[in-house]
Design a protein around this ligand. Structure first.
Ligand code: C5P
Length: 239
């Protein structure tokens, strides 16, 4: 392990992968779409598995997932399985429970990362780890809004221009302490709050997570043209 690596905190990775990704309009859940010789999910694992400070990785999978057993990584003993839930937050909570059962401490750092976000660069991962390591709450990768933002009305017309200087796009990984994240997610779900990422559960509980600027190309594959864009991007990067 290099000097730089030992300055980073140890961490667990949680990958919720129990969604169907209906906006991709594909024949399978988007995390199983092939690109550059592997599924999106395997590329996402690769962002973490070689990291010298990784303690372990948990993936949440749907009970009726027919694609997982066919992957080589299904036999990788560094990857721990958890059950998926009806919502992303439930899938994450199940993974956190498995981590506790594996002996993880309440104060351990957990990084939650989307299954279909395979272009996370090591420099961004390490920046998040370094910036959040000594923070009381934790933080997330994010990027300032680039375009002028408009608020739309029910009539399909612009009702206002929003001040973009205070708007950032939230990415993953999102890094929090295991115990606090578990409590906040469970409480927010019990209160019926819409929890679309881990930070929103922490915010609901009164915490103010750090925003750490990351690369704009840490994209979540959501629509068919995202996959085409990524394919071109990787071809250019690797040629
Ligand atoms: O649908 P979206 O792209 O926002 O999902 C974000 C992440 O949450 C994906 O990795 C998806 O597989 C996961 N998810 C999950 N369980 C659900 C819904 C989504 O693990 N019930």
């Amino acid at each position: 392990m290099s000097m730089a690596d030992s300055s980073l905190p140890a961490f667990w990775a949680v990958i919720p992968a129990a969604g169907v990704g209906s906006r991709m309009r594909a024949d399978r859940p988007k995390q199983y779409l092939p690109i550059a010789g592997k599924t999106l999910l395997e590329h996402t694992f690769d962002c973490f598995l070689g990291h010298p400070r990784l303690l372990g990785l948990v993936v949440s999978l749907s009970n009726d997932d027919a694609y997982w057993p066919a992957l080589l990584c299904a036999a990788d003993n560094r990857i721990i399985r958890a059950d998926g839930g009806a919502e992303r937050a439930t899938s994450v909570l199940n993974a956190l429970m498995v981590l506790s059962e594996q002996g993880a401490a309440e104060s351990d750092w957990v990084l939650v990362h989307d299954a279909a976000r395979p272009n996370l660069h090591r420099v961004d991962l390490d920046r998040l780890l370094r910036a959040s390591a000594n923070d009381i709450v934790g933080g997330i990768l994010a990027a300032p809004a680039r375009d002028t933002l408009k608020r739309i009305g029910a009539d399909g017309r612009i009702h206002a221009t929003v001040d973009r200087s205070v708007i950032w796009q939230a990415f993953t990984p999102q890094m929090f302490r295991l115990g606090e994240l578990q409590n906040c997610l469970a409480d927010a779900l019990a209160a019926g709050v819409a929890v679309t990422d881990e930070a929103s559960a922490m915010e609901w509980a009164g915490y103010a997570p750090l925003l750490i600027e990351g690369r704009a190309d840490n994209l979540k594959v959501t629509r068919p043209d995202d996959l085409e864009w990524l394919q071109r991007h990787w071809q250019n990067d690797r040629s």
